[in-house]
Design a protein around this ligand. Structure first.
Ligand code: C2O
Ligand code: CU
Ligand code: CU
Length: 439
């Protein structure tokens, strides 16, 4: 009996633990205490973790466009921390920038209005050179923004809408979460769904909406269902797509999100379906769905989800080139939190070209931009295409070795300082990050 053996390859017959779903909080007047706590990884396997309010993942914030956000962070950790609201358009002082580090024992108030469309965002620490460790040891949660356009669609909701933070972890011989760093990126052998190992979820014969985040430091998922069924993809990082897409596999790099509907209506009670990464003997099991109850309920996926105008390549006024080098640099430079690397004029469409010239296939970069969403326009080299889960509005795009990806971006809001970085957190902490100023 090896209670802490990795679950890689374990089948649906393995002993499974009910999926944890964090409580929902309204962000206006919330308190988040970053603190060490004992958390149940499933089946009474307790581990020490870094948590918000003792929860792993942290509470799910849910609010509506135009609501005010006011969250007080109390830093009960031994190290500095910050909260970054990933995917959210906020002023610099609310962005969790490393310059705004909150020392151990201190508190900080994050205040901003929700000026963006409905989307599945998330929050996590962003302190200088400590992000990878703090995130890996547990600090992360969802921030769901709703708006009228989305509310009118009648998408699955309530018990049929579940945020799903998927990530890997490494446990020591005592079953404690551990972080071991490593310059190329850190992956662990244990899969966690909302912090639960060998997770299972009882589902009704209904449509379910899952807002999936890859919360890993470095691991890239290749999501699929063991039944061979497809996902109905309805949204990505920056919110709903214009129209749904049917996809059997989704590549999800760290920090990327997909909003999917899974249809269990045709399945008979007792059926088990595994959400997994990869296939065959190396598949990683992430979450088992166990069809438990026959129901006939509503919930639809309308043929048109959203109307928005993408940025036009023909409108771009300039191209910026960012070359990601090894595991530490952008355009040959290592991050300096006191240096502004470039300035971006407000309100102008630009092409940002992300180049990963590595020849070693393990050198990959999920490139993330703060302060605005972008449209992925083009990928050359490598996989050579833009995928269904890269349409719509994105804030993170996966750039494999040998690939060049061009995105169209425009900063329409604050004239503030933001970050561009690799979201393979070990790369970010080692310097693959730049400051820019919107002017
Ligand atoms: Cu989720 Cu600057 O990162
Ligand atoms: Cu971010
Ligand atoms: Cu990288």
């Amino acid at each position: 009996m090896a209670p802490f053996a990795p679950n890689a390859g374990a089948g649906p017959q393995a002993l499974r633990n009910p999926l944890y779903v964090p409580p929902v909080l309204t962000p206006n007047g919330a308190l988040l205490t970053a603190q060490t706590a004992q958390v149940d990884l499933g089946g009474g396997q307790f581990s020490s973790a870094l948590t918000y309010n003792g929860l792993f993942p942290g509470p799910t914030f849910r609010a509506r466009r135009n609501d005010a956000v006011s969250v007080q962070l109390q830093n009960g950790l031994a190290d500095p921390t910050t909260i970054h609201w990933h995917g959210m358009v906020v002023p610099h002082l609310a962005d969790g920038h490393p310059l705004q580090a909150v020392a151990a024992g201190r508190s900080y108030s994050y205040q901003f209005p929700l000026i963006q469309r409905a989307a599945t965002n998330w929050y996590h620490p962003h302190p200088h050179m400590l992000t990878a460790k703090e995130v890996h040891l547990g600090l992360a949660g969802f921030f769901l923004v709703e708006d009228d356009e989305e509310a009118a669609l009648g998408l699955p909701s309530g018990a049929y809408e579940i945020p799903l933070l998927l990530r890997d972890a490494s446990l020591d011989v005592n079953g404690q979460l551990q972080y071991i760093g490593g310059s190329g990126g850190f992956t662990g052998p244990v899969m966690l769904a909302n912090g639960t190992r060998d997770a299972t979820l009882d589902v009704d014969t209904a449509l379910y909406r899952f807002r999936i985040l890859n919360g890993s430091n470095s691991r890239v998922f290749s999501l699929n269902l063991s039944s061979g069924a497809s996902f109905t993809l309805i949204g990505v990082d920056g919110g709903l797509l214009k129209t749904p897409a049917t996809v059997a596999t989704i590549t999800l790099a760290p920090a990327e999100r997909v909003d999917v509907v899974i249809d269990f209506r045709a399945l008979t009670p007792g059926t088990a379906v595994m959400l997994r990464s990869g296939t065959g003997t190396t598949a990683l099991n992430l979450l088992e769905f166990k069809v438990a109850r026959q129901v006939s309920v509503g919930g639809v996926v309308p043929p048109v989800l959203s109307t928005f105008t993408k940025l036009l390549r023909s409108a771009a006024v300039r191209t910026r080139i960012f070359t990601f080098g090894g595991s530490t640099t952008i355009n040959g430079k290592i991050y300096d939190m006191n240096r502004i690397d470039f300035q971006v004029p407000h309100g102008q469409v630009e092409i940002w070209r992300f180049i990963n010239a590595a020849t070693n296939a393990s050198v990959v970069h999920p490139v993330h931009v703060h302060g605005a969403s972008f449209n992925v326009d083009k990928r050359t080299g490598g996989r050579g295409q833009v995928f269904a889960w890269e349409r719509g509005w994105k804030d993170t795009v996966y750039v494999q070795a040998g690939e060049t990806v061009e995105v169209l971006i425009r900063f329409d809001n604050y004239l503030e300082e933001y970050l561009l970085h690799c979201h393979r957190l070990e790369h970010e902490d080692r310097g693959m990050m730049q400051n820019f100023q919107v002017i």
